[in-house]
Design a protein around this ligand. Structure first.
Ligand code: PLP
Length: 499
């Protein structure tokens, strides 16, 4: 059931009145129209809204106020690291020398950008304990694909073409099995152990001469550090397979754990999660990939190289025959990479360590405070996020996690991730990040406490929530299967300004 609230207001097309206008479109030069072939000229004028400049400005400003964002409130979406993004990173990304550089500019004119990219690769390699990094992939998911394609090239270069399987724990993000399939591998899903960690025995049983790689998220999507990682990686290497680390949860471990030093052969960084860049609305991201010794030869081209004289250049086409080739146009999403560089440089090594320590502290504080209100299935200390569940609440009142999440919107909070990981019933995956104050965390706890009271006293209030949002409870199946995303021109009597 969709009931748009009053705050949505009419569209610009509905506000349009013939002849009303804010700006003037420059007239084309004399005779220009006559030079356009008749077949290319449109028969009717475009249906553009005609509104004054103040109407236009208010329309967009009011629309922007309907958005929920990290800049407007607490956004505890788990597995996404929705942290506050320092404005200095935005400033850096907009500097003309970066933002206006032509993507085909010769190396001589792109020295600053090339240096930044090279230094960012070094910084990420240091943070990940990796030998080298490619910045090309446009997101974590594409980073995974890049890493697994390099893994495939590695096995092929050794003639080990019988390695057709990738092992993935059942708590993994959906992009992990999707990546394995896209690269032509068979995904073998491994159930988690009772404590939420990887089941090393189950992995051991599945490992063999057919294993190409295992993909491990550490900390896991349950917010737990893999306690038996050393054993697992040793077993993986013993059978000649490679270990991939999904680095989406790096926000928990910077300066405390280096995947490369622990034995991972390849990992991706979601720089838009860990190193700022507003995300969540589907805007650009970046998913650099770090590799150890074994995968170095297979890195995508062109790599950014530093010459002995200190100048920077891009590898020439075909310069490295072992490369898996290009995975994205040019050198990647540079704007996002500039933000990541600015973030890393502004914090420095000890600052990044503090980021992770504070993120872990905030999550454990919230987990301890919510323990008496919701179910908290895993008892050991969490990392930067933790999984809670409303299974008991559902048994007592019929209120589901979805209802709790929708009601949170009425209290002014963005809901956490819900129903993920799939392994926990009625899951809420909560990630407060390091950027929230204790007062904000406490007010979130208060909201959850009130909602749990409401679940007992007035369950209907929750079933029909949200009540104060621009859009009320959606039919999520319809919204996903038959999304209505396009404005259709109104005709005849429907038109607010009939001709
Ligand atoms: C976000 C995420 C991904 C995918 O990353 P994108 O940058 O969104 O493509 C993969 N794995 C985990 C655990 C994630 O949280």
């Amino acid at each position: 059931m969709t009931a748009p609230g009053d705050r949505l207001g009419p569209t610009l097309f509905e506000r349009s009145r013939p002849g009303r206008g804010g700006g003037k479109v420059p007239h084309p030069p004399k005779g220009a129209l006559a030079r356009i072939p008749a077949s290319q000229l449109r028969a009717d004028g475009p249906r553009l809204p005609e509104v004054s400049e103040p109407e236009l400005t208010r329309h967009y400003v009011n629309l922007s106020r309907l958005n929920y964002s990290v800049d407007s409130g607490f956004y505890p979406l788990g597995s996404c690291t929705m942290k506050y993004n320092p404005k200095i990173d935005e400033w850096a990304a907009r500097l003309n020398g970066f933002a206006a550089l032509h993507p085909l500019a010769p190396d001589d004119l792109a020295q600053g950008t090339l240096q930044l990219l090279w230094e960012l690769e070094q910084a990420l390699a240091e943070i990940g304990g990796m030998q080298a990094v490619t910045l090309q992939p446009a997101a974590g998911a594409q980073g995974e694909l890049t890493g697994i394609l390099m893994t495939r090239a590695y096995h092929r270069s050794r003639g080990e073409v019988e390695r057709t399987e990738v092992l993935v724990p059942d708590s993994a993000h959906g992009t992990n099995p999707a990546t394995a399939s896209m690269a032509g591998f068979k995904t073998v899903s491994i159930p988690s152990a009772a404590d939420g960690g990887v089941d090393v025995e189950a992995f051991r049983a599945a490992l063999g001469p057919r294993t190409a790689a295992v993909m491990i998220t550490n900390p896991s999507t349950l917010g737990l550090f893999e306690a038996r990682l050393g054993e697992l990686l040793a077993a993986v290497h013993k059978v000649g397979a490679l270990a991939y680390m999904d680095g989406a949860n790096l926000n928990a471990i910077m300066g405390r754990f280096k995947p490369g030093e622990a034995g991972f052969d390849v990992m991706h960084f979601n720089v838009h999660k860990t190193f700022s860049t507003p995300h969540g609305g589907g805007g650009p991201g970046a998913g650099p990939v770090g590799v150890g010794e074994k995968l170095l030869p297979f890195l995508p081209s062109p790599r950014v190289l530093r010459e002995p004289d200190g100048r920077f250049k891009l590898e020439a086409e075909g310069e490295r025959a072992t490369s898996i080739g290009r995975v994205r146009a040019f050198v990647g999403n540079t704007g996002v990479l500039v933000r990541a560089y600015a973030y890393i440089r502004a914090h420095g090594g000890s600052g990044l360590c503090e980021v992770s320590d504070d993120a872990v502290l905030a999550a454990n504080y919230l987990k301890a405070r919510l323990r008496d209100v919701l179910d908290v299935p895993f008892d050991r200390p969490c990392m930067h996020e933790f999984v809670a569940s409303s299974a008991t609440l559902k048994a007592q009142t019929g209120i589901r996690t979805l209802d709790v999440a929708k009601r949170l919107i009425d209290y002014g909070f963005h809901p956490p991730t819900i129903y993920f990981p799939l392994t926990v019933e009625e899951a809420l995956l909560i990630e407060p990040t390091e950027t929230e104050s204790i007062e904000t965390l406490d007010s979130f706890v208060t909201a959850i406490e009130r909602i749990v009271e409401e679940a007992h006293s007035d369950p209907e209030l929750l079933h029909s929530a949200p009540h104060n949002s621009p859009v009320r409870r959606l039919d999520e199946t319809m919204a996903a299967r038959q999304p209505n995303l396009r404005w259709q021109a109104m005709t005849g009597g429907q038109t607010p300004c009939p001709e």
